[in-house]
Write a protein that binds this ligand. Structure first.
Ligand SMILES: NC(=O)c1ccc[n+]([C@@H]2O[C@H](COP(=O)([O-])OP(=O)(O)OC[C@H]3O[C@@H](n4cnc5c(N)ncnc54)[C@H](O)[C@@H]3O)[C@@H](O)[C@H]2O)c1
Length: 383
């Protein structure tokens, strides 16, 4: 299969490696020659490391490297069966690229975007043949993260959808189908992990270190929310939250936090700027958590139930199947358990009562219990 990738940045380079490793021939295109050079050098480094670790043979390394060609004209992508775009997150610029690309390609060629936040229907509308268009959302780093969200637009043909599902499976990735709605599965369902943690901090219930400790110790999450926001970058994480909030017509469940906005404005971006919620300078001391078990349980259960409620609501609104929602969170963001499985474990009764108690306390729409959880409790069902 002939694959074309547009944009040789973080994601484009990673996706090119995935496709080449799976045996496809790959053309990687970028308008910036320096980005193409950087991508080639970075791939060579990764390949050398894989050889050193004994994960691949020298011949396999050469095969992968030789199967990727680096091109600087969009016309060079004319013979691709599948093109995946991974350029700057700007709808107008992406649409212009798609319209030009389509004029060079055959009617059967599939065109896809790796966008995290734009509507697939709006991107598809830039094409003469919008039925050939689909969302294929990889996670960073693409060669390591097993999950890929596949997002058909309302225009996408069944044939294109099925071909992409097959291709992603051939690439040894775990594909999940998501409806074309803001944040797809992962970036929607994960919002409370950050948002509720920030809210707990803003209420003065606990500090960053204590909230992180609670989620790691009691929840088994690899990184607590503040450590994770520092890792992702407060600017990036804030923008995702704000985009999702706006796209959901300002549903209070997704409202961004002033705390994070101020940290981003102050340049406290996290690891990449040396300071975020924590100080990453050498010899810096960071506060110790308050390891009070009762407090830890309160924090963990509040964030967990908000996550479960979000996952249940995504199922209620047919964003994805229950299986795919749980796969998305365990394989896309390394949650220790699927949230719907976790709901069963805690009990549906517990979920409804916990949500209702939060609603009773705050009287905010943010804490409304998903109708699906309520219905399941009434009918004594589990996920
Ligand atoms: N970084 C992530 O964690 C992540 C995860 C999933 C999806 N995404 C999405 O993937 C896309 C790319 O993100 P990234 O982090 O790889 O960006 P990046 O900034 O690392 O790379 C973008 C590349 O696109 C090139 N480019 C810009 N305009 C172009 C054009 N008109 N034609 C050809 N090349 C062009 C740039 O030169 C650059 O090399 C975005 O849509 C983003 O939302 C990013």
């Amino acid at each position: 299969m002939k694959i074309a990738i547009i944009g040789s940045g973080t994601m484009g380079s990673g996706i090119a490696q995935v496709a080449a490793t799976a045996g496809c021939s790959v053309k990687l295109y970028d308008t910036n020659q320096a980005a193409l050079d950087k991508s080639k050098t970075a791939l060579a480094k990764v390949m050398n490391r894989l050889v050193e670790k004994g994960k691949i043979e020298e011949t396999e390394k050469s095969r992968i490297e030789n199967t990727i060609s680096y091109v600087s004209s969009l016309k060079d992508l004319s013979d691709a069966d599948l093109t995946i775009e991974a350029i700057i997150e700007n709808a107008e610029i992406k649409q212009k690229v798609f319209a030009e690309l389509e004029s060079y390609q055959s009617d059967e060629a599939i065109i896809a975007s790796n966008t995290s936040s734009l509507s697939i229907a709006s991107l598809a509308s830039s094409l003469k043949k919008p039925e050939r268009f689909i969302g294929i959302h990889f996670f960073n780093p693409a060669p390591l993260m097993p999950l890929v969200e596949i997002i058909p637009a309302i225009q996408t043909s069944e044939e294109v959808k099925n071909k992409v599902i097959q291709t992603i499976a051939d690439w040894k990735k775990i594909g999940v189908l998501a409806k074309d709605t803001p944040g797809f599965i992962v970036n929607r369902v994960a919002r409370p992990f950050y948002g509720e943690a920030l809210r707990i901090y803003e209420e003065g219930i606990a500090d960053f270190a204590t909230i992180d400790w609670a989620m790691e110790e009691m929840g088994g999450f690899r990184m607590g929310p503040f450590k994770l926001m520092d890792f992702i970058g407060n600017d990036i994480n804030y923008t995702v939250t704000e985009t999702v909030f706006t796209a959901f017509y300002f549903d209070p469940r997704y409202r961004p936090a002033f705390t994070q906005k101020r940290f981003a404005e102050a340049g406290y971006l996290g690891r990449k700027s040396g300071r975020g919620y924590y100080n990453y300078a050498e010899n810096a001391t960071n506060p110790e958590p308050n390891r009070d078990q009762k407090l830890g349980k309160e924090i963990f259960e509040r964030i967990l139930v908000m996550l479960i409620n979000e996952a249940a609501d995504a199922l209620f609104l047919n964003i994805a199947s229950a299986k795919d929602i749980d796969l998305a969170m365990t394989k896309g963001v390394n949650y220790p358990k699927g949230l719907l499985a976790w709901a069963n474990e805690m009990s549906i009764d517990w979920c409804v009562e916990k949500m209702d108690a939060l609603y009773e306390k705050y009287r905010e729409d943010r804490y409304r219990c998903s109708p699906l959880l309520r219905k399941m409790r009434k009918e004594s069902q589990i996920f």
